[in-house]
Design a protein around this ligand. Sequence first.
Ligand SMILES: [Zn+2]
Length: 472
Amino acid sequence: MLGTRLIVAALTALIAAGSAASGFAQSDDAAIARQLRDKALKDAWGWRFLETLTTTIGQRLAATEAEARAAAWAESELKKAGFENVHREVIAMPLWQRGREEASVIAPSPQRLIVTALGGSVATPPAGIDAEIVLFHLYSELLAATPGSLNGKIAVVTERMPRVMDGSSYGALNPIRRLGPSEAAKRGAVAYLHRSLGTDNHRLAHTGATNYEDDAPKIPAAALSNPDADQLERLAARGKVKLHLVLTPTTQENEQSWTVSGEIKGSATPDEIVLIGAHLDSWDLGTGAIDDGAGDAIVVGAARLIAGLKPHPKRTIRVVLFGAEEMNYAGPAYAKAHDADIPHIALAAESDFGARKIYSFLAPVGAAKTPFIRDLADTLSPLGIFLNAAPALNSGDDIAPLRAAGVPVIAMRQNGLDYFDIHHTADDTLDKIDPQELNQNIAAWAAMTYLAAQSQLDFRKLATDAPASAQR
Ligand SMILES: [Zn+2]
């Protein structure tokens, strides 16, 4: 018995000595990161935050009264959670609101279609538009159509969005929604419909913002559910198709949205900031659980655990809950208002991809071989997360303007296989979130945020010193 204990003690000493000698001993910082990780996995705070946000407020369309209530609520939650310098910042913007949205085939065979207006869309006349369609299976076919070829017609694009783990097909196909209406209008179309940027086969349409160009007429624009886009393809293959479309959204100028932020003051270099963000606004169709209530719970939940540490980590941690991401106002407004802060932001990251498990992370440019990343990779490995060989070139839409202004970023990659089944639909509700997967995210973000705030690495310098090929 005594002999066994001695052998165990000797082995333990040997392992400790061996790991120290080989240079693989983990730092004190890594030990604290591991404690934060393990605490997060057992903590119900993040789930309660998300449950309360989606239940007591629900949808949070930018510039609505509901979004303002969410901002006031988030402000009080951040104060209660122990953050400092908690405040709201105004974003001037118009308020766009959905009205009636009805579409139907009137010839050859009358039948209803499921559509939803794109954010920012203008209205049809109150009685609607009756017009023949011109259907394009690919967006590039619409772009190849000549001016005048769509005069008086409703342009319909039915290109399909592939289901991929990292969700990158969304960015690739995004011009169909963002730019399609103006491209169709330049060719004479009177309205625009596109297959939802979604991977499900439900009769739910996926909304999302569109941007009208100045040199084209503004035409009403909506997304079709996937099965309805299929139906139009089959009908169009048989001959002429005529639709009836009614959209009655409204726009009120001079309204406002809110960004909420709070800080954990750094104990050694408080002027250096590690910024972690998510967006508080959502679309109006669901309750914004995956997009982006989850991200709010992840970044606030992670930082809250660090706020309880004494002393605080060296750098200041700033949590930012952006308003009006979906309408594309938040990021540019924040970068403009915080122009003077930008040189002080050492690193930034955003969580805006639901709450499925993180499976990899991307190091800041030039930082892959630093002690910070080694500690982080070791801390995240038991969570099933590996260090991706690619450098982080972006980390979310709201911090993209900061990134463009030279702020280094770090990125977490989540399993996004089913994200676009739900994204921007009425199905974006709390039941789609797994509390344990949410906690895996909070655990990873707590470890990452702590280690980044504790590190004294100059990520800008590492990026500048990295080969040019790593910076694109
Ligand atoms: Zn989002």
